[in-house]
Every structure is written in C-alpha cells, then in structure tokens.
Design a protein around this ligand. Structure first.
Ligand code: COA
Length: 252
C-alpha cells in the first residue's frame, strides 16, 4: 500500500489507514480509528481513539497569508488536537491550532480555520465554514453551508439552520478604524436561527430565542422571543413546549 508514515509518528492499535495516506512528523493517532484514502495529517497533530476520518481530509493545515491579509504568519503554531470518537467526513479541512473535543461529527467539505475551539457532541454540517477565533460549546447543530464569521461564540444547545450567514465588520473592509471593532456574533445557550438568515456584526442571540427563516438580525434578540423579518422584529414568545428546559431529549 502506498503510504507515508513519518518515523516519529505513532499510530494506535487496530487503527486502519487507507491508500496514499500521509502522516507527518510527531503525529499521534489513537486506537481503533479508521482513516480513508488520501488523508493528510500535518506535523504534531494529535487525534484520539475511535475516530473515523474519510477520504481526502486534511488536518493541521497552516493558513495562507496574502500580503493584504489582516492576520500575519507566525512561527510558533501549536498543533491541532482532536478528541475521541469524532466522525470527520470527506474533503474536510481543519487548520492548525484548533482544539476539537470528543464525539463531534464534522460532515463532508466543512472547513474549520485556525484557532477554533469546538467542545463536545456537536454536529457541524456539510460545507459549514467556521472562521478563525470561533468558539463552539457543546451539543450544537450547525447545518449545511452555515457561514460562521471570525470571533464568534456559540454556547451550548444552539441550532443554526442551513445557509445562515454571519458577519463581523460593519465597515465592510474600509477605514482603519474597522480593526478596533471587528466582532463576530454570539449565540447564547439554546438560541436558534432559521434557514437563510443573516446576522450583522456583533449581534447577540440570547438564550432560547428563535430567529425566523430569512430574517436579518440587526439588533440583539432577547431571550425566549421569536423575531421575524428584515430587519427582524419581535413577533411573539417562544412557545413553552419549545423551550430548551422542556425538551429534555435535546439536552441528552
Ligand atoms: C418563525 C416561525 C417559527 C413562525 O411560525 P408560525 O408561528 O407557525 O407562523 P405562521 O406560519 O402562523 O405565520 C404567522 C405570520 O408570520 C409570517 N411569517 C412566518 N414566518 C415568517 C418568516 N420567516 N419571515 C417573514 N414572515 C413570516 C406569516 O406569513 C404569517 O403572516 P400573516 O399573519 O400576515 O399571515 C416560522 O415561520 C419559521 O420561520 N421557522 C423557521 C424554519 C426553519 O428555518 N427551520 C430550520 C430547520 S430547516
């Protein structure tokens, strides 16, 4: 089988590796993992036990910096660490300096930029893009093609429907003043946002709120309220039956 496994790398018992796999220096992979074909694991990455990583996925990629990029290269990147029992689909790219916990599902073609922290039991859908410096708590669902802008925080039990887009720069790329004001979005525990909605920079979706599909969030959304429209406005309270604390199954 055509494989490159650096002599300094370690691969646990019962871990199966596909064709054309590349495992670089000092990588550590736990037991009982299955890695597909063409998977590339860059230097120093640590992967726990019981993980599945499908074809063509890259873990530990360094970001690229254009002379025009806001962020600059550094020479002291720390390695990406992935916990136990994660399912990582095909053509996923997870950049360097990420911390991914246990029992996460990261579906095909998702991209997770450097300096992202993802805790446990999350579902990151197909094609989701999570930009740098985001933090995702526990048991969230980010569905297909969500775009999560840099410097965002998603706490626990949040739901982000397909194609939601978020933003962090009210100056839209002009005026040096913008560098002082970059701010991603914040989703508090149990916040939900409907399909195709847009969230403007720095907005907070408070606990257990619901933003309707195709809304434009231009103000913070108070807890346990449904907001609808463009710009989104108060519609009614979230029904008791949908509150997180009344949905025990959602908390498991
Ligand atoms: C917000 C929401 C929950 C409201 O549902 P509802 O209480 O059953 O509302 P209704 O269908 O009775 O509609 C009430 C009114 O609001 C309007 N409305 C409902 N949703 C709307 C939306 N997303 N944007 C604009 N108007 C909306 C309806 O047209 C109706 O208007 P009318 O009173 O003039 O006839 C629902 O419409 C929604 O957007 N759900 C999110 C779906 C989603 O993205 N799911 C994610 C997984 S795929």
């Amino acid at each position: 089988m055509n494989q490159y496994i650096a002599p300094t790398a370690s691969v646990g018992d019962n871990t199966i590796l596909g064709h054309n796999i590349v495992i670089m220096d000092n990588v550590e992979i736990g037991e009982d993992c299955v890695l597909g074909c063409n998977v590339v694991i860059h230097d120093n990455v640590k992967i726990g036990s019981g993980c599945r990583i499908d074809d063509n996925t890259i873990i530990g990629k360094k970001p690229m910096f254009s002379p025009r990029s806001i962020f600059k290269d550094q020479n002291n990147w720390s390695p990406t660490i992935i916990g136990d029992n994660c399912l990582i689909g095909a053509n996923v790219i997870i950049y360097i300096q990420c911390e991914i916990g246990n029992n996460n599902l990261i579906a095909d073609m998702a991209t997770i930029r450097e300096n992202v922290k993802i805790h446990d039991y999350n579902i990151i859908g197909r094609g989701v893009a999570i930009e740098n410096y985001c933090t995702i708590g526990n048991r969230n669902k980010l569905e297909t093609n969500v775009y999560l802008t840099a410097y965002s925080t998603v706490e626990d039990y949040c739901f982000v429907a397909p194609c939601v887009a978020t933003s962090n720069d009210n100056y839209a790329g002009r005026d040096k003043e913008r560098f002082k004001h970059f701010k991603g979005i914040t989703m508090k525990r149990g916040a939900r946002i409907g399909v195709g909605s847009i969230v403007l920079p720095g907005k907070t979706l408070n606990e257990d709120c619901l933003v309707a599909g195709a809304s434009l969030v231009s103000k913070d959304v108070p807890e346990k309220e449904i907001w609808i429209g463009s710009p989104a406005k108060y519609s009614k309270p979230v029904p008791d039956s949908q509150l997180l604390d009344n949905n025990q199954d959602k908390k498991e």
